[in-house]
Design a protein. Structure first.
Length: 269
């Protein structure tokens, strides 16, 4: 604390006789409040989307009768499946397998009962009371409901960009998670970040997977700083160091995702 009773990094307080105008280099309080509101809104959307993705990656095992019972009760909001066009048990052939009339065997099934409850069937192949569970039988099961079964694609993240805001949320119709990520990326490109240059943040947005969340928390100043308080100046990360930081961030984010998924699955039935 300084001799005037001010905390380090905080702008000088106005005396009773001074006007409440903003200090040079400081945005007007109204604009600051608006900026904070936008950051908080984008951050909450991305955190919600990240939680949905994490839980969808850690579905709890269920049986085929349980899937059909949940479907008949109207509890299921989304269904995705994997299918084996030919062969049994997911065999891989070196020659072209002709398509089957029944659409092929369902070799994996995942569904949600709300955004935070995910279940799976992953026996290869799946068997029901009438034999192998095929794609045609899955379509028959979902025909009486409003749920549309979607075939899973390769959802492994790219090595240089984050796919999670655009994958599972799209299955649930949560397109606004991807929109929030894109808006945050545009804000980063159009600003002058404090902790790293644009190349550093580019790597953390992509390889780091959760760079958009970190950006909203920390740039241009930490989200919890009140108006007028400025962080101490520091050297910004360059692109190379930002790339290395993004790798560490990606590993930490993956470990945190696994831990959160296991914890939630242990709590939720």
């Amino acid at each position: 604390m300084t001799s005037d009773g001010e905390e380090p990094g905080e702008l000088p307080r106005n005396s009773p006789g001074e006007s409440l105008r903003s200090e040079p280099g400081e945005v007007h309080r109204g604009w600051w409040i608006a900026g904070i509101a936008v950051r908080v809104a984008l951050l909450l959307i991305l955190l919600w989307g990240a939680l949905v993705v994490v839980l969808s990656m850690s579905p709890t095992p269920r049986t085929l009768p349980e899937f059909r019972a949940s479907l008949a009760a109207g509890r299921i909001s989304a269904v995705s499946y994997r299918v084996t066009p030919g062969g049994r048990g997911g065999e891989v052939y070196e020659y072209q397998v002709p398509p089957r009339k029944d659409g092929g065997e369902v070799s994996g099934l995942k569904w949600s009962e709300g955004p935070l409850r995910w279940h799976r069937l992953d026996r290869l192949p799946l068997f029901g009371a009438s034999g192998v569970y095929t794609l045609d039988r899955l379509r028959d099961d979902t025909a009486a409901s409003t749920v549309r079964a979607v075939q899973e694609t390769d959802s492994s993240p790219g090595w240089w960009y984050a796919r999670w805001p655009f994958d599972v949320p799209a299955l649930l119709g949560l397109w606004w998670v991807g929109a929030a990520w894109a808006a945050t990326f545009l804000i980063m490109i159009g600003s002058t970040p404090r902790l790293g240059n644009r190349w550093a943040w580019f790597w953390m947005f992509g390889v780091g997977q959760v760079g958009a969340i970190a950006f909203l928390l920390l740039e241009p100043r930490p989200l919890w700083y009140r108006h007028g308080r400025r962080p101490p100046p520091r050297r910004r990360l360059e692109g190379g160091l930002g790339c290395l930081t993004s790798i560490v961030l990606s590993v930490a984010a993956t470990a945190a995702a696994v831990a959160v998924g296991e914890l939630v699955n242990a709590v939720l039935p």
